[in-house]
Design a binder for this molecule. Structure first.
Ligand SMILES: C[S@@+](CC[C@H](N)C(=O)[O-])C[C@H]1O[C@@H](n2cnc3c(N)ncnc32)[C@H](O)[C@@H]1O
Ligand SMILES: Nc1nc2[nH]cc(C(=O)O)c2c(=O)[nH]1
Ligand code: SF4
Ligand SMILES: [Mg+2]
Length: 210
């Protein structure tokens, strides 16, 4: 295929820059503890300084991969697929989610919500970032709000974000990994004082699994 043809397919969401895919246990949020197949799509320009997957940012370093290939493979492992990145909404998610749905799979997304919400989703985990705020649509559709706490000012940001999501959205505070020792006690105290929030930990990192 020519470079132009590949680019056209990527723009149409029929090929995606695939960074990695792995069968593991969802470590975070509402579905933590549940087996799921993760598809990590490259490309993100949100720029969180504490991002734990910076290798994902440059889409050009990840091979454009046919969605059919990604879906065929994913279906072998699990009935629950998590699409993450990078920022998956950098790309049009319509095609990949329709193909996953044809296989009868449950489809979850991990997103900052910074770009237009495309695709059809059984579960949307919205993790808003100050640098590029979520779109109005994703606040309305999110099933869980997962705010990362790096320092105390992030509690205020989390409350601002909680005011924007729909009333059924489940609220989580998740410690930024490198700050966990100092920030976990702050989160614990905050959640006891503000019990509408729950704690989310990156349990896969404690379990030493992907
Ligand atoms: C790597 S991001 C990819 C999906 C999307 N770009 C996003 O930010 O939601 C997956 C999840 O990991 C969280 N995350 C990234 N780096 C983290 C860190 N150092 N500590 C805790 N959570 C982190 C993000 O906030 C997000 O909820
Ligand atoms: N086990 C596991 N659970 C996760 N939940 C969200 C993740 C992500 O990077 O999007 C993630 C991840 O990378 N691994
Ligand atoms: S939006 Fe997600 S992938 Fe992008 S830099 Fe932030 S945490 Fe990393
Ligand atoms: Mg991760």
């Amino acid at each position: 295929m020519t470079k132009e043809a590949i680019l056209a397919k990527v723009n149409a969401g029929e090929m995606l820059p695939l960074m990695e895919e792995f069968y593991t246990i969802q470590g975070e949020g509402f579905h933590k503890g549940t087996a799921a197949y993760f598809i990590r799509i490259g490309g993100c320009d949100v720029g969180c300084h504490w991002c734990d997957v910076k290798e994902s940012w440059n889409a050009d370093t990840h091979p454009p991969t046919a969605v059919e290939t990604i879906v065929e493979n994913a279906a072998k492992y699990s009935d629950t697929i998590v699409i993450t990145g990078g920022e998956p909404l950098t790309w049009d998610m319509t095609y990949i989610t329709s193909k996953l749905k044809e296989k009868g799979l449950k489809i979850h997304i991990e997103t900052s919500g910074a770009y237009e919400l495309t695709g059809t989703w059984d579960w949307i985990c919205l993790s808003p970032k100050k640098l590029k705020l979520p779109t109005a649509e994703v606040y309305e559709k999110a099933h869980e709000l997962k705010c990362i706490v790096y320092n105390k000012s992030d509690f205020k940001f989390a409350e601002e974000q909680a005011a924007k999501v729909n009333k059924d959205c489940i609220l989580y505070l998740q410690p930024e990994w490198s700050k966990r020792d100092t920030i976990i006690p702050e989160i614990v105290e905050y959640v006891m004082k503000n019990p509408k929030w729950k704690v989310s930990l990156q349990t896969h990192k404690y379990l030493n699994i992907p």
